[in-house]
Design a binder for this molecule. Structure first.
Ligand SMILES: *[C@@H]1O[C@H](CO)[C@@H](O)[C@H](O)[C@H]1NC(C)=O
Ligand SMILES: *[C@@H]1O[C@H](CO)[C@@H](O)[C@H](O)[C@H]1NC(C)=O
Ligand SMILES: *[C@@H]1O[C@H](CO)[C@@H](O)[C@H](O)[C@H]1NC(C)=O
Ligand SMILES: *[C@@H]1O[C@H](CO)[C@@H](O)[C@H](O)[C@H]1NC(C)=O
Length: 515
């Protein structure tokens, strides 16, 4: 009896001990980047871990074991974010987009790190693990040194150079397209372009982004008290990336680079808000979802194109749910419902949704595929064109560029997607393929996070290649050395031959003379 109680006591102690205090942080305006990290945080809270989540987007409902800390932002920050949306919608200046997006990340990240709330956490609390929502923000890794705990990065998009570099995963531009030319066949000329794109990534990362990130790190984690920026990058335990080979193609992956594509897609959709539910349930002829995501926004669509889009919608027998970031939409047709924020993944799971008109942001494409909904892609900037081309190539989307939108082209695109069964068949098969895994995305992510916790940061996963510089990693130093040795050997042989030849020549000359 006593033993039995002791056993129960022991088990409860063990269970209690397995739960860790985890800090998850993603100080960015870009809500779509925060969603996968939030999904992970919720799953970890459900397993009993004590979660602290730092972002601009707290949940409106209370969740057990889950504490939201809202990042305070200034008016300037908000203006910077609006500028990102406008620049993306403008579609003209990809470099400007990257430069303001990174500027906003640095500014808000820096402000967050010396905000009162974070200082309080740093002064009074301890954590067993820091999980960073990754996007130009390596400087947050100082938190892992502060709390003397392991760190994990989660990126909501596809792989790219900077992410690969942190853990030393190979880039392989000969076979793996850069995210912005995804879906293109790598012919010889495309390989040339791909190499140049990757070279540009390497250049900008090392000479533009890293120095800024390092400055913020050094300001918030001064070198006299903290380990260096480079040391903390090499100390990252695990990178989770929101891809899966069924979408992004097969590629070599180190064991500490784990694909959790579809992390934010709930295996069982959450119930919809009453108004959306009724609107969709009553859509006898089906419904269409229209969203340009959390950064680009529908309100930035040029006015003439807005008019065309609404006119086409008004002639449809289907209903349309439209993400519209304002209270009013002049000329809104009767079959259109507008809302500033939508539970996109849950809407896409509704059986009456027949098509998704999307800017092809990474998250939306994954959610549509998982729910078997064909896309009409209107890509704007960033990786969206690559995403659109990829799903057109897979056969479950049509692409329409903003400049090409006319009443006729949009009507035709809708007619094609809604009446040709091909698109739904293909995306249905793709959804089955994407879900056929030993463990779903959610369980995989939780498993690896707990793996890092169980094994104190799992340093045995660290790849030695991550510590090499460019010359070492490409064996350039070794090849140069071998050439130098061969060259020296030739020189020596030549010298010896010359010497012998001279001697023998001298000898024969002497012989000649004697004769
Ligand atoms: C989680 O951690 C916070 C901060 O240390 C603490 O106040 C809270 O009681 C913990 N919650 C649980 C459920 O252990
Ligand atoms: C936490 O730290 C702050 C300093 O950042 C301090 O002012 C505050 O009193 C501390 N709170 C507790 C509960 O210890
Ligand atoms: C970070 O913020 C502090 C305080 O506002 C400022 O002094 C510092 O220059 C900022 N660092 C960078 C790199 O922007
Ligand atoms: C990170 O650094 C600490 C302290 O040097 C070390 O114990 C740990 O193994 C490192 N983790 C990884 C993943 O390299």
């Amino acid at each position: 009896m006593c033993l039995k109680f002791f056993g129960i006591f022991l088990i409860s102690v063990i269970v209690a001990c397995e739960c860790s205090k985890i800090l998850l942080i993603h100080p960015t305006f870009s809500r779509s980047h925060v969603i996968p990290l939030q999904a992970l945080a919720k799953l970890l809270a459900l397993k009993g871990h004590n979660i602290t989540f730092v972002s601009l987007y707290p949940f409106d409902k209370k969740i057990d074991n889950y504490r939201d800390i809202k990042v305070e932002t200034s008016k300037e920050d908000k203006e910077l974010f609006d500028e990102i949306g406008k620049t993306m919608s403008d579609r003209k200046s990809p470099f400007k987009l990257v430069s303001i997006a990174s500027k906003a990340t640095y500014k808000i990240g820096n402000e967050t790190l010396h905000s009162e709330r974070i200082r309080q956490l740093m002064d009074n609390e301890t954590f067993d693990l820091v999980v960073i929502g990754y996007f130009f923000n390596e400087f947050l890794l100082g938190l892992a040194d502060h709390f003397k705990c392991p760190s994990i990065l989660l990126f909501s998009g596809s792989f790219y150079y900077t992410l690969n570099k942190i853990i030393g995963n190979p880039l392989l531009p000969e076979a793996i397209p850069h995210p912005i030319i995804n879906g293109k066949e790598l012919t010889f000329l495309m390989r040339v372009f791909n190499l140049l794109l990757n070279a540009a990534d390497i250049f900008f990362t090392n000479f533009y982004f890293s120095p800024q990130s390092r400055d913020i790190y050094n300001y918030n984690f001064p070198p006299d008290r903290y380990r260096s920026y480079d040391e903390m990058i090499r100390n990252v335990s695990l990178v989770l990336v929101n891809t899966h080979f069924t979408s992004s193609g097969p590629r070599p992956l180190l064991p500490n680079l784990v694909e959790v594509g579809g992390l934010q897609v709930k295996p069982n959709p959450a119930p919809l808000p009453e108004d959306l539910k009724t609107f969709l349930d009553d859509a006898k002829d089906g419904a269409i979802l229209f969203s340009f995501g959390s950064n680009a926004k529908s309100i930035y669509i040029p006015e003439d194109k807005q008019k065309i889009i609404l006119k086409v919608f008004s002639k449809l027998k289907q209903r349309v749910i439209m993400k519209w970031e304002s209270d009013v939409l002049p000329g809104k047709p009767k079959n259109v419902l507008i809302s500033k924020w939508l539970p996109q993944d849950d809407i896409l799971a509704h059986p009456n949704i027949k098509a998704f008109i999307s800017h092809c942001g990474y998250g939306g494409v994954i959610e549509a595929k998982s729910n078997g909904v064909p896309i009409i892609g209107i890509p704007l900037g960033a990786d969206q064109k690559g995403n659109a081309d990829k799903i057109v190539e897979e056969g479950w989307a049509v692409r329409l560029d903003m400049t090409d939108i006319t009443e006729e082209s949009l009507t035709n695109a809708l007619k094609e997607i809604l009446s040709n069964p091909k698109y739904r068949d293909i995306v249905g098969k793709q959804a089955i393929l994407a879900k056929d895994r030993p463990m779903n995305a959610q369980d995989t992510a939780v498993y690896w996070v707990e793996y890092v916790l169980r094994h104190n940061g799992a340093p045995h996963l660290h790849y030695p290649g991550a510590d090499l510089n460019f010359f070492q990693a490409n064996s350039i130093d070794v090849i140069l050395f071998i050439f130098a040795v061969i060259y020296a050997a030739f020189k020596v042989i030549k010298l010896i031959c010359g010497f012998i030849f001279c001697r023998s020549k001298k000898g024969s000359n002497e012989k000649l003379k004697r004769n």
